[in-house]
Design a protein around this ligand. Structure first.
Ligand SMILES: Cc1ncc(COP(=O)(O)O)c(C=O)c1O
Length: 370
């Protein structure tokens, strides 16, 4: 049954109404000129995205999944290789590794939901050929330590920055540290389109060239030569035009999310058995793609909020390796397992209002009797 929520998790209709004039203008310009496939709007978006992230190049794709997949292919990973990543991520991170023929090696995360760097050191073997740090919920991994470890072992780093566009570590943006940065423009991401979309950032012209060929069935569009058996994975031109408009507002939207997060904190701090996502470290600037709280009474809290008209989500309720059909093997990762039982994502978007946050927080306080 579809519930009419008093506080929806996100509000795409309100978002469109707020930015309608600019968005309609961009779409109209494409449609009236017939600019549908790989036109100037795509090139403009790629140039602006690369500039924003701080890389030389960006390649527009149809998903974050393919950004990861093509980055791995470009890094040379294949059958017989191992690639290390975290188990606490969206399944696409892991599927991208599987689709190259390599074996995913899953490790645990720390209290801030990002890669445990001690676990990374322990997981490296002579077969390791890459590492994918996942910057989850808008927070970067400890990229200082990760880059040191990766350089020591000569491992390519492919950043899963699907949830962290605009987030920084020591002033550098997600997607600018490794061989490639991989972003998702799925509608509810911080820079979301009107359907699937993604992009890859890199300083390496060969990586960009390969991704640009793979997205177009392997074809070099200038010469007509097919260089690979590729994929149909181009970012639609209309989507690129819309994303380009939205990119110009991104810094403001990040600050808005940080304000909402601050308000949640003000209202929810001090409740025993409710852990809030405000972590240590002056070197981090988190974007709050998701506002994830943690409680041992998570399921009851989610039901209580739902009854009061508050929509929440769980990212994710079951450890990925326990989906047997994926054949990922058996892992024992205590933090990931506890997270699956305890996390709850509260409503969070640029359209979330102060009044809504107050309401959600009041409901949560009522639940905990605080
Ligand atoms: C952490 C993470 N990695 C990868 C992806 C895959 O992105 P997409 O859905 O655009 O393929 C997502 C998006 O949901 C994500 O959250």
């Amino acid at each position: 049954m579809k519930v009419a929520y008093k506080v929806p998790f996100v509000d795409p209709r309100a978002h469109y109404q707020r930015w309608r004039e600019e968005i309609d203008g961009a779409i109209h310009a494409c449609l009236s000129r017939g600019d549908l496939v790989s036109r100037q709007q795509l090139r403009d978006f790629e140039a602006h995205l690369a500039e924003f992230v701080g890389t030389r190049l960006a390649v527009g794709l149809n998903s974050g999944f393919h950004a990861l997949h093509f980055a791995l292919i470009a890094s040379g990973v294949g059958r017989g290789d191992e690639v290390i990543t975290v188990a606490h991520t969206f399944v696409a991170t892991i599927s991208a590794i599987v689709h190259t023929g390599a074996t995913p090696v899953l490790i645990d995360v720390g209290r801030d939901y990002t890669m445990d760097m001690d676990a990374l050191e322990r997981a490296i073997t002579p077969r390791t050929r890459g590492v994918i740090p996942v910057h989850l919920n808008g927070r970067l991994c400890d990229m200082g330590r990760l880059m040191t470890i990766a350089e020591r072992h000569g491992l390519p780093v492919i950043e899963d920055a699907a949830q962290a566009l605009g987030g920084t570590y020591r002033g550098r943006r997600a997607g600018s540290f490794g061989l490639a940065g991989c972003f998702s423009h799925y509608p509810f991401k911080i820079l979301g389109g009107f359907g699937d979309g993604g992009s890859l950032t890199t300083n390496d012209p060969e990586v960009a060239r390969k991704a640009a060929l793979l997205r177009y069935n392997g074809e070099d569009r200038e010469t007509g030569e097919y260089h690979y058996h590729g994929y149909t994975a181009l970012l639609d031109n209309v989507q690129a035009a819309v994303l380009d408009v939205k990119l110009s507002h991104l810094l403001g939207w990040i600050e808005r999310r940080r304000t909402i997060a601050g308000l949640y904190r003000e209202r929810l701090v001090g409740i025993p058995d409710l852990v809030l996502p405000h972590f240590e470290g002056a070197e981090y600037h988190d974007t709050y793609q998701n506002y994830v709280v943690r409680s041992r009474r998570r399921d009851a809290l989610a039901a209580f909020l739902r009854d009061r008209g508050v929509e929440t989500l769980i990212h994710w309720p079951k450890p990925v390796w326990q989906h047997r059909a994926l054949r990922l093997g058996d892992w024992h990762l205590p933090e990931t397992e506890a997270i699956c039982r305890e996390v709850l994502s509260l409503p969070m978007s640029t359209e979330t209002t102060e009044e809504q946050v107050r309401y959600v927080a009041d409901c949560a306080r009522e639940f905990f009797g605080a």
